[in-house]
Design a protein. Structure first.
Length: 217
């Protein structure tokens, strides 16, 4: 698999997980509806800052495993494939709905940003996701881990900006759309679930054929 194909597959997976309504999206929507577009964009910025931290964490984990435990890295590829398959099955079987949002609270933009960053950073599912996914796409044959991390991190925050920032700008309309169309959110969640299943199979196949194994140096 070429680097272009590899990073393209990562983007498809990234888009699938970000576009599914979850804790980060609901936090942005809550801030946008109750505090306006400025609050929504502040919340988006906080979530993006959390995405940078997750990228750094994932890169450090991959680097340590490559140097200290290459066999564990190989096993982690298959464990990551299994985890992505579990996410996919969960999404396919779930009914994702966006419910009504509570009343407004007066908070500064800095407070909204900080809470968004902390909420994103402390989300244990995000660490498990990064720890499982990064070894699948961050490979030594594509160059230094630092350069790959910059590209993947930039893709993450720009995708968050596009989706969450768009919802923040739409403010109440974005929330009303998701609340009034439960079938749409369920479809998005299940489509993302099937996407995870496909990528899990591809990941396991590349791991089995040796395409994802780190180079021993």
């Amino acid at each position: 698999m070429s680097y272009t194909e590899n990073i393209g597959l990562y983007f498809v997976l990234l888009l699938g997980i970000i576009i599914v309504p979850g804790m980060d999206m609901l936090y942005v929507l809550t801030c946008a509806v109750t505090g306006g577009r400025r609050a929504g964009l502040s919340a988006t910025s906080g979530v993006m800052a959390g995405g940078v931290v997750h990228t750094f964490f994932g890169t450090m984990c991959v680097g340590v495993l490559m140097k200290l435990a290459p066999m564990l890295f190989t096993l982690l590829i298959f464990a990551g494939a299994a985890y992505m398959a579990w996410i996919g099955i969960t999404l396919v079987r779930s009914s994702i709905l966006v419910h009504s949002i509570g009343g407004a609270r007066s908070r500064s933009s800095w407070m909204v940003f900080r809470q968004g960053a902390v909420t994103c950073i402390l989300n244990p599912k995000a660490y498990l996701f990064v720890f499982s996914v990064y070894p699948q796409f961050m490979r030594p044959q594509y160059g230094s881990l630092g350069s790959q991390a910059i590209i993947m991190g930039a893709m993450t925050v720009l995708t968050q900006l596009g989706i969450y920032g768009g919802l923040a700008l739409a403010a109440g309309k974005g929330r009303d759309f998701l609340v009034s169309r439960p079938c749409a959110t369920m479809f998005v969640g299940r489509a993302a679930g099937y996407l995870f299943l496909v990528i899990a199979v591809l990941t396991a196949w590349h791991g089995w054929t040796g395409g994802s194994f780190p180079a021993h140096q």
